[in-house]
Design a protein around this ligand. Structure first.
Ligand code: MG
Ligand code: MG
Length: 257
């Protein structure tokens, strides 16, 4: 991961990425509207696919294979309860009290938007709600630090410090990442770090920040389907993500509505 391999975006490119991000946010909204007890994750995937088809865009998740020999079959990731990320949409139906994260990507005019949210299904426990709230707030705090001159360690340490101060844990295995023409570009942005260390944030960087927070442990494992990542202790997890541009005017959330 070399700093000189980071693709800095021009203002024109940022405008296209803003549109990719907006379409991604709209896709997530369409999915969110259908989340309720009884709906299957496969049906939620269908909602995303028909929305994207209708808007002439598509998800880079579909058939994505990072070299494991098993292409991801969905256009969204649907991760329920102890599933942290990369849950595969299918026949499983949501139940009252579940929490689910939906992660989606959108390719628009050759550029990618990448974002995710976690939400409760019907009534959820106080702890589940607290987990979701802490994860959201961690992303907010991290976003505010995405300004030229800060370093990645300032952002990562702020995420972990906030999460740990609430008794939860951040994964050290999965990270945020640069986004551009590819869904995953340099550099990686970890959910931990040391203030003042790491790569320098510069104007034109576009980075997906994605706190992944676990209740009981930071340790995860991957299921035999080669994709779904779960907490090793089965405790609840949440995930929140936006693609952010570093600009001289401050952080620009590319994946807002
Ligand atoms: Mg994502
Ligand atoms: Mg991402």
């Amino acid at each position: 991961m070399f700093e000189n391999s980071i693709n800095l975006k021009s203002e024109a490119e940022l405008a296209v990425m803003r549109e990719a991000g907006r379409l991604n946010a709209m896709t997530l909204e369409a999915v969110k509207a259908e989340i309720r007890p009884g709906v299957s994750t496969g049906e939620l995937n269908e909602v995303a696919e028909s929305f994207q088809r209708a808007h002439g865009v598509y998800s880079p998740f579909k058939n994505y294979d990072p070299g494991i020999g098993v292409p991801f079959p969905g256009s969204i990731c649907t991760s329920i309860n102890e599933e942290m990320v990369h849950g595969i949409p299918g026949k499983r139906k949501l139940k009252e009290g579940d929490i689910i994260s939906i992660d989606c990507g959108t390719v628009y005019e050759g550029f990618v938007g990448d974002s995710a949210f976690t939400v409760g299904v019907g009534e959820i426990s106080t702890e589940a709600q607290r987990l979701i709230d802490v994860t959201k707030k961690a992303l907010e705090i991290a976003t505010s630090l995405m300004v030229p001159g800060n370093r990645s360690g300032d952002v990562g340490s702020a995420i972990e410090e906030y999460v740990e101060s609430h008794g939860f844990h951040c994964t050290h295995t999965y990270t945020g990442h640069g986004v551009g023409r590819a869904m995953h570009e340099s550099p990686q942005l970890t959910n931990y770090g040391v203030p003042g260390q790491g790569f320098l944030l510069r104007e034109g960087m576009t980075i997906a920040i994605e706190p992944m927070v676990l209740v009981g442990t930071r340790r995860t494992k991957t299921l035999r389907n080669q994709w779904t990542v779960v907490s090793v202790d089965g405790s609840l997890t949440a995930h929140q993500e936006n693609t952010i541009a570093v600009t001289k005017e401050g952080p620009l959330v590319l994946t807002s509505l």
